[in-house]
Design a protein around this ligand. Structure first.
Ligand code: GRF
Length: 198
């Protein structure tokens, strides 16, 4: 199964996919890695593994007074040229409109470090931690879902609870979240491969 992976930062979830593919525990190939941020370390990871990369910032579109939809449509065209079966948003920090999503007919999946309808949007890990400190929740989690225009919504492919532990620090909780992400991003692609085969 051909994957295009979109990142904006560290790329630890991209790395999880690379590691699973190279360990032959995930039957897929990464045909393109896209970042909207030049300094994203995920681009370094991709190049270290000989993967095709594309740096595609929105800034020139803004400077030309063009819309997000214009950027999204051009991004979709660039990604589509690599004929991915699935587009994976792994730490991708730009909300994609139907101008992108519709090109891939529902085969765009997104990793989000919280459970459905809990902490949609940015800083989900920090917000869950604050809710826990306020005694409002006793666990958070991670999900991978189909990307739709509504942020961090869409049908869930896989999700897993992540508990808060006594005398947890934020860093320890965040580390558990990230470890869960690294497993679920691989599991989600594995499940999608099954669905697309059937
Ligand atoms: C992850 O928590 C991801 O869900 C969020 O950014 C964090 C870093 O992701 N969007 P990565 O290391 O860049 O994959």
């Amino acid at each position: 199964m051909r994957l295009a992976v979109l990142i904006s930062g560290n790329g630890s979830n991209l790395q999880a996919l690379i590691d699973a593919i190279e360990a032959q525990t995930l039957g897929a190939q990464i045909v393109l890695v896209v970042s909207n941020r030049r300094e994203a370390y995920g681009l370094v990871r991709a190049r270290q593994h000989g993967l095709e990369t594309l740096y595609f910032p929105i800034k020139p579109y803004r400077e030309r007074g063009q819309s997000r939809e214009a950027y999204d449509a051009d991004l979709a065209a660039r990604v589509r040229a690599y004929a991915p079966d699935v587009v994976v948003l792994a730490g991708w920090m730009h909300i994609l409109s139907p101008a992108f999503l519709d090109v891939f007919a529902g085969r765009v999946i997104n990793l989000h470090p919280a459970l459905p309808n809990a902490f949609n949007g940015v800083n989900a890990i920090e917000r869950a931690w604050q809710a826990y400190q306020a005694g409002e929740i006793d666990h958070s989690g991670v999900m991978v879902h189909y990307a739709i225009p509504e942020v961090d919504a869409g049908a869930v492919i896989v999700q897993e609870r992540v508990p808060f532990l006594p005398d947890d620090t934020f860093e320890q909780f965040a580390a558990r979240i990230h470890a869960t992400e690294h497993r679920l991003i691989v599991e989600a692609v594995r499940r999608l491969a099954e669905v697309l085969k059937s």
